[in-house]
Design a protein around this ligand. Sequence first.
Ligand SMILES: Cc1ncc(COP(=O)(O)O)c(C=O)c1O
Length: 404
Amino acid sequence: MPQVTAQREPAETSPAVDSRSPFVRLTDLIAGLTPGKPVINLSVGEPQHPVPPFVGPVLAAHIADFGRYPANKGIEPFRNAVAQWLGRRYKLPRPVDAETEVLVLNGTREGLFLAAISAVRWVGPRAGPPAVLIPNPFYAAYAAGALAAGCEPVYLPATRTSGFLPDLDALDDALLARTVAFYIASPSNPQGAVADRAYLERLAALARRFGFLVFADECYCEIYSEHKPAGMLECSGPDFANVVVFHSLSKRSNLPGLRVGFAAGDKNFLGPYLELRNVAAPQVPTPAQHVAIAAYGDEKHVEENRELYSAKFDLADQIVGDRYGYERPAGGFFLWLDVSKQGGSEVVTKRLWQEAGVRVVPGRYLAREQADGTNPGADYIRVAMVQDKAATAEALHRIVAVLG
Ligand SMILES: Cc1ncc(COP(=O)(O)O)c(C=O)c1O
């Protein structure tokens, strides 16, 4: 495989690089264009499945807690609930210590962003300009965090030929020696690729050898086709050294508006990370943490959720079939469709909007140009399977009718 060539920071901050949110760019792209049919929005990864029934009663029972500032670390019962859930969900080498190895987050986005800032202080001097390694395409907070931390974001192509994950063989020692953090999402957004245990073990070993951190974004871990995705904590040794996992209730429990997630892993990192969070991070309202305790104690709504996604992927199997390089993803809730023959990501996004009223995200906006000028998302559109079955089926029929 070709070696990964670093892309320098000035390129990232130059006017030629549009680092705005993909959704802002999408809004600009279709501004002034009239949707051809009643709109079906499959752009944002915001599940439209029902909010679990326990949310209202639990919030009501803890309403008085809105009268207090929440502690940044999270209440002890929340951290205990998380540690126990991790123990049930994964084959861990030992139980997670709720006191030192779990922190509540106000959703994972802020946690992923702030983690890079903390990491650059934690890792100490690097053998060269500090770099943050990011799969390409990627979730926007990773690159924003890398830049805020004063690091060079180095984009690792995650294409069909590399199994839609960064190719670990393509990383040379000089790059790894100046790496501060490596973000990895499994299941990945947008492609739905799942890293197996061997991949995660290898990444954890590289992190220990070169002294960087792995930030494993596992927010889609409960949405999968057949096999439960492995987790980074299972693959990193007894001290969870050099790894931190990020989890969220936004996708698992259809609660993107609750803003609750957590970070768990290497306590040597979580300590200084909490220090930064104590002065800079949004706290999580205590009533929301109580809802989260109920959510992590209940698997029924998670199973129902997974079945609903599975039924929608059955629809994609039938309606999309083998068009646009579609294959049912191992995890996550996106279709990542190759529309290079239909004109590429932006042309197709506009056509779907104008001719079908279907709103999708151009893959180009979820990725960055590599040093060789290619953009690994340019041939693709991302379709979020977040609507109900009827709307999803209708949207998929419309997509096929437009694209052929
Ligand atoms: C890959 C990935 N990571 C993190 C997040 C952040 O989710 P939240 O902040 O709601 O936990 C998202 C949201 O879409 C995502 O797709």
